[in-house]
Write a protein of this length. Structure first.
Length: 693
């Protein structure tokens, strides 16, 4: 066939360059399949035989270790297409069609450009002119077979992979805490420090119900978390570092820790979305747990049970902030006891929390407002509601006080023991590394100083690391490293008999109260009805409890004069002045709306606001010669009755001849005038004073 193709190579082709395209799909092929690479480079000799001079032969090999399934990131192929389109190339040499492209879209594009520019395609089997129909048909069949071959290879590999996965024999990288034994079975990590570090993560999450709380606990106690390396020269080695939040989430979502073999937790999405760069291998997405294709329970040992794994997934989903109207969220440090539990009794949405004033929680149903611009359903202070719910919760716990107290003691002891044991294993590991470095140093010949100096330096570094670790261990708070004594146990048991006192203790944090409340309470529905708030308490068992709490007063209502004060002012107004009323109310213990003491001005303002008439005005204007409600006359009225001047009345009052009172110095006098006083002091005729110019 080579000789038959010589007639297709013309002078116009030889006048242009010859391109030799070389490609291997992976780095392993480039490294191991040397024969295939050499056959591709030998195509330069084929070009020489066909008549191209050596200076006009160009080798394109920058696409090594790139798949031919797409032209993305294949600069060599793009260069071939560009040079052919510019009519710089007379023939393109390749070992076979699969070297140039395994996708029909790329293959036919190249053939179309070659046909337009009269460029030949040469492989091991012959010389083809894409402008000729028969050659074009043959090249098209070769391109289709090349693409189909890639599909068949992939299907064979995936079929074998799925067959092994269905039998639970497909080996995958085990997560930290699980290893393969010599027989190929997955077992728990034999390293005690690694084993207990992984178990501690699940134990802490079971206690705190929050992944971030687990990370905080590790940081607080200066604990480290392992990573067992996989593959390479460091295969099997353990690296210790700080625990991260993403690491905890990946562990909690991994069913392998429950002893379950799962294949198909992710799927590859090949669809290219707007704004995304195309990728050969697509993008992975998480598959819902109900859609996992292959699941084998009790395939190997685990750190938790399958039921505990499902509870952890539910807890993690409940902690999410996505769609807060459907989830309670994780327990936080705020003072709002019912954070995440409150549902609106009007629209059924989950209510949010806001803090006002001195950290007083307010519950608001504002989702309709923020999303649709509607009015806020409900909004009110939450301290009264929280008190009612807490009281009901404590009453429900009373029959189980002893169990709660014992569980608290066990929790304290287990937590302290876990931290202490983890530190002991860490110290044991560093002591082993020091001893290993010492034995290595002692095993070398003293004369071999080149090796001895390195081993001595390594020994010193291990000793320094061990000393620093012991100092860090000694600096830890003693509270976290000791167990509960017998005396403390008895004290806690005695305190547990009074749950309200334990609940209100300063040592009990807000997060602990919320966590304890969520163990029994599923949600709380609040509905405002008049001056009451109706509380619907739903327990985790599904039982319902109806409560009610007084609706908190509005700001204006809180400073409003109490009705009892108004009634008392109405009773005293006919025969008491404002000053007397204020004095009497203060003696009786009444308080105004804004607290403090009553004064004449406050009483006067209250009477004006509520239109309460007075029978004992402090000012004589408008009374004339008539007495007040208490029978007292003004000084001018008494002067008229006794036919004397006002100054004479003042003298008689100061001398004690008349019974008079004054609210303040220089204030008007109010005189109690008896019939005998009139007979004794009244003048027969009023003296008139002459006026002189």
């Amino acid at each position: 066939m080579v000789k038959l193709g010589f007639s297709k190579v013309e002078a116009k082709h030889l006048a242009r360059q010859a391109l030799v395209y070389i490609r291997q799909s992976t780095f392993i092929q480039v490294r191991d399949n040397i024969g295939s690479t050499m056959r591709q480079y030998d195509l330069t000799q084929r070009a020489l035989e066909l008549g191209w001079p050596e200076p006009q032969i160009r080798v394109i090999d920058q696409d090594q270790a790139h798949s031919g399934a797409t032209s993305v990131n294949r600069d060599g192929f793009q260069l071939v297409v560009a040079e052919v389109g510019l009519q710089h190339i007379g023939a393109v040499f390749c070992l076979e069609a699969s070297r140039l492209a395994r996708a029909n879209s790329d293959w036919y594009r190249l053939l179309e450009i070659c046909a337009l520019t009269d460029t030949l395609v040469v492989d091991e089997d012959g010389i083809y002119d894409p402008g000729d129909y028969n050659d074009r048909l043959l090249l098209g069949i070769k391109g289709t077979m090349s693409e189909a071959e890639l599909h068949w290879l992939r299907q064979r590999l995936l079929g074998g992979k799925l067959a092994k996965a269905e039998q639970g024999q497909l080996r995958m990288r085990p997560p930290t805490g699980l290893v393969y034994d010599p027989t190929g079975q997955v077992v728990l990590d034999p390293d005690e420090e690694v084993h207990h570090a992984v178990a501690l993560v699940f134990s802490l999450f079971d206690q705190h119900r929050s992944a971030m709380a687990v990370v905080t606990h590790f940081k607080k106690h200066h604990l480290r978390f392992p990573t067992r390396l996989w593959g390479g020269v460091q295969d099997g080695e353990v690296r210790w570092d700080r625990l991260r939040h993403a690491r905890v989430l990946s562990m909690l979502h991994n069913p392998a820790y429950a002893g379950v073999y799962v294949y198909g937790r992710t799927q590859t999405r090949r669809q290219v979305l707007p704004g995304e760069a195309p990728r050969i291998k697509g993008r992975q997405r998480q598959v819902a747990q109900a859609e996992w294709p292959i699941v084998h329970h009790q395939a190997h040992g685990g750190y938790i049970s399958w039921e505990q794994f499902l509870q952890n997934q539910q807890q993690l989903d409940d902690n999410r902030t996505f769609h807060p109207d459907q989830r309670r969220g994780a327990v936080r440090e705020g003072t709002a006891l019912l954070q995440g539990l409150v549902l609106c009794g009007v629209c059924g949405r989950r209510m949010s929390v806001r803090y006002y004033g001195q950290g007083i929680p307010h519950y608001q149903c504002n989702q309709a407002h923020t999303r649709l611009g509607d009015k806020t359903c409900q909004s009110f202070r939450g301290d009264g509601v929280e008190a009612a719910v807490a009281q009901c919760f404590l009453e429900a716990l009373c029959p189980a006080q002893l169990e709660v107290s014992l569980a608290t003691l066990d929790f304290i002891e287990v937590q302290a023991r876990q931290v202490e044991q983890q530190w002991k294993r860490r110290l044991e590991r560093v002591d082993y590394e020091v001893d290993l470095a010492r034995r290595r140093f002692l095993s070398v010949e003293p004369e071999n100083r080149l090796v001895a100096r390195t081993l001595e330096r390594d020994w010193n570094e291990r000793l320094t690391e061990a000393e620093q670790l012991r100092q860090e261990y000694a600096a830890l708070p003693a509270r976290s490293l000791r167990l509960v004594t017998a005396e403390e146990r008895q004290a806690i048991l005695a305190l547990a008999q009074d749950l309200p006192q334990l609940w209100q203790a300063p040592s009990t944090t807000n997060a602990q109260r919320k966590q304890l409340l969520r163990l029994l309470v599923k949600d709380v529905t609040l509905t405002k009805q008049g001056k009451l708030i109706q509380i619907g308490l739903r327990w985790q068992t599904g039982a319902l409890t109806a409560l009610s709490a007084a609706r908190p007063l509005r700001a204006g209502e809180a400073v409003k004069t109490p009705p009892a004060v108004l009634d008392r002012i109405r009773a005293l107004s006919p025969d008491h002045s404002d000053t007397q009323i204020a004095r009497q109310l203060n003696l009786e213990g009444f308080k105004p709306g804004r607290n403090g003491q009553f004064t004449r001005g406050k009483i006067s303002w209250i009477r004006g606001a509520y239109r309460i008439p007075t029978g004992c005005a402090d000012n004589p204007v408008g009374l004339g010669n008539q007495p007040r409600g208490d029978g007292r006359y003004s000084a001018r009225a008494v002067a008229e009755l006794l036919n004397v001047t006002v100054s004479t009345i003042a003298d008689w009052c100061e001398a004690g001849l008349l019974d008079s009172i004054q609210a303040t110095p220089h204030a008007p006098r109010w005189i109690k005038l008896m019939p005998e006083d009139i007979t004794r002091l009244r003048k027969p005729k009023r003296r008139r004073w002459l006026k002189y110019s």
